[in-house]
Design a protein around this ligand. Structure first.
Ligand code: NAG
Length: 597
């Protein structure tokens, strides 16, 4: 792949060939004609300008403020067992009230399904590997029994391809791995994947975002005019590739991998990746550029695809390096008062006075972005290591390349920022924070936008919906540094969850305003209504809306907390990659089959 030039020249045009420029122009005009008149008219991506500014590199530092510590990876049994008890508290309520339903509502004590056509094992499958890891044999036996006798994918309704893949397909493959090859799980995984494969039959090979599992057809997303989000297209590969490896059916591998080739061909001159792509054209659409929803796991899977096959697929390493460079050049910022590292977003906007496209920086960070700290540290000790097989814990400066040092530093600092957002009245983090443009002494660097005083209906941003990303990063940081503070942070977060989210009758609930204590739990119906209300703004980022928090808490947040307090022989990072739903998949050596070496 050609090396990129990054520029601070905002007037610089895309460095594409004339032919390509004309092609893009034609597509753009077609897109405009097709969609003109609608609010927020789509056009194909234009080179954003007006936001580049030179950023001095921060010096490398191991862990700010802490020079030395003793690395001791033995389990913290008491805390680990407390997490196991929390999982049992969540699972037992689900099993009692809603076994086999896709989702569980602990306050109403009832289950619901994603569609009217019936459940697909969403919560059961998502939880099986956690039970295996925690040694919950009785619960596991009943769950396996349910999979064997009751689960079916023959449901005549549309399911989200991304969610179904990361939870159900990923969960089945992890269960297969952690049971040393229980055929039941592989058979179910093959059945599901075969039903989903037609989603890749689009003009570009980018998948449709939904699938009818009974009819085995891909369905364009009606809420987003047939577009597919970048993260949804690019967060299927770990699962389909591993299934391809297990079955020797190259169809799984090739169709998933082809998506990455399409994305690579669609590369923008600045290396940034807007959140929407067209499945027809295989191109990026003019849409938000950010690291949170609809973008996040694209970056995660670039790195993890590279790690999954033991570092032999150079394409992923290059795409990852390219993306991390673009992110550092454009999206990483430092807060004005306390120097916190955070990420910002860039939004397209049509200027009223001349109808020109312009790009607006917004100092907004989703909780979802908190995966990035741990991911950058993992990338630094692998793609950024001079000799990846012999990196110390924590890494020494001279073991990392310059880029590795940069990514390590950003990752360490970003985690501190994410942990800082948990320093609220409840000890829980808001869903979205904004950062101040200027020094504003007396107030913090970050804030909840339009926050309402206690007693008034809180804004969407103020909620904590049991998100896993920060504890995911804490787990990775712990394994890569052995620094005790990461366990301490995780324990604080866990205690806040226990204090404020635990429903006495069983399960855990989301909190509507992290700054209001005692907290108010979320009413699921209300969330659902909010989802509908916000769906108009889906281009601005209201997605992965929390219709499914309880499953999320059971499987992912608690799994990473469990691993944080376990010893480091449990799922070692040089033998496993975690899919974006925290399902561990083994690292393996592919035979020559991908063409991407
Ligand atoms: C959800 O689907 C399952 C079938 O898997 C069914 O037993 C259950 O009754 C459904 N739940 C609701 C609330 O309809």
């Amino acid at each position: 792949m050609e090396r990129l030039k990054f520029t601070t020249d905002i007037a610089q045009k895309p460095q594409s060939s004339g032919f390509l420029a004309i092609f893009v122009l034609i597509l753009g005009v077609l897109g405009l004609l097709a969609l003109a008149g609608a609010a927020g008219t789509y056009i194909y991506y234009q080179n954003p300008g007006g936001y580049f500014w030179p950023e001095p590199r921060e010096p490398w530092a191991a862990i700010p403020g802490e020079a030395e510590w003793t690395v001791d990876f033995s389990a913290d049994v008491e805390k680990r067992d407390a997490v196991v008890a929390a999982f049992k508290h969540a699972w037992s309520a689900y099993e009692r009230d809603a076994m086999g339903n896709d989702e569980y509502h602990p306050i109403k004590r009832k289950g619901t399904n994603l569609t009217d056509a019936g459940g697909i094992g969403y919560t059961v499958i998502d939880s099986i590997d956690t039970m295996l890891l925690m040694g919950l044999d009785e619960e596991y036996t009943r769950a396996r029994q349910w999979v064997e006798s009751s689960m079916t994918f023959d449901r005549d309704a549309n399911f989200n391809v991304f969610e179904t893949t990361i939870r159900v397909l990923g969960g089945l493959l992890s269960a297969y791995e952690l049971t040393d090859g229980d055929q039941l799980y592989l058979d179910r995984a093959i059945d599901l994947a075969d039903r989903m494969l037609p989603v890749f039959d689009t003009p570009s090979g980018l998948p449709y975002s939904q699938v009818n599992l009974a009819k085995r057809v891909g369905v364009a997303d009606p809420d987003n005019r047939g577009l597919v989000s970048t993260a949804e297209a690019s967060t299927l590969q770990l699962e389909f590739r591993y299934l391809g490896y297990l079955t020797d059916n190259l169809d799984y591998w090739d169709k998933a991998e082809n998506v990455m080739k399409v994305i690579r061909r669609a590369r923008l001159p600045n290396g940034l990746t807007p959140i929407f792509m067209s499945s027809d054209a295989g191109k990026f659409m003019t849409s938000d550029i950010r690291l949170g929803s609809r973008a996040d796991s694209y970056f995660e899977y670039l790195l993890k695809q590279y790690l999954q096959t033991g570092g032999v697929e150079a394409m992923y390493r290059e795409m990852y390096a390219d993306s991390m460079q673009a992110i550092h050049d454009n999206l990483i910022e430092t807060s004005k008062t306390r120097g916190l590292t955070f990420t910002l977003e860039i939004h397209p906007k049509r200027l009223a006075h001349n109808n020109q496209m312009s790009w607006i920086r917004t100092l907004k960070q989703d909780h979802l972005v908190c995966f990035l700290g741990g991911s950058l540290m993992l990338g630094a000790t692998t793609t950024g290591a001079l000799f990846p097989s012999s990196v110390s814990v924590p890494p020494k400066k001279e073991e990392l390349s310059e880029v590795g040092q940069r990514d390590w530093t950003t990752g360490v600092n970003l985690i501190e920022t994410c942990v800082d957002t948990y320093r609220t009245a409840s000890g829980l983090s808001p869903e979205i924070v904004h950062f101040r443009e200027k020094i504003d002494s007396g107030k913090g660097d970050w804030f909840i936008k339009d926050a309402k005083p206690p007693g008034q209906p809180p804004v969407y941003d103020a909620r904590y919906i049991l998100r896993p990303e920060t504890v995911e990063s804490l787990f990775l940081a712990w394994r890569l540094t052995g620094h005790p503070k990461y366990r301490a942070y995780g324990w604080e977060i866990f205690q806040a969850i226990e204090t404020h989210c635990r429903v006495p009758g069983g399960g855990y609930a989301s909190v509507l305003n992290v700054e209001e204590v005692p907290v108010t739990w979320e009413d699921k119906m209300e969330t659902f209504l909010m989802v509908r209300r916000f769906s108009f703004f889906v281009l601005a980022g209201w997605d992965r809306v929390p219709d499914d928090n309880d499953g999320v808490l059971q499987s992912e947040t608690l799994k990473y907390l469990f691993l944080l307090f376990s010893d480091n022989t449990v799922l070692p990072l040089d033998q496993y990659v975690f899919n974006t739903e925290a399902h561990p998949l083994p690292i393996f050596s592919p035979s020559v089959r991908t063409g991407l070496f």
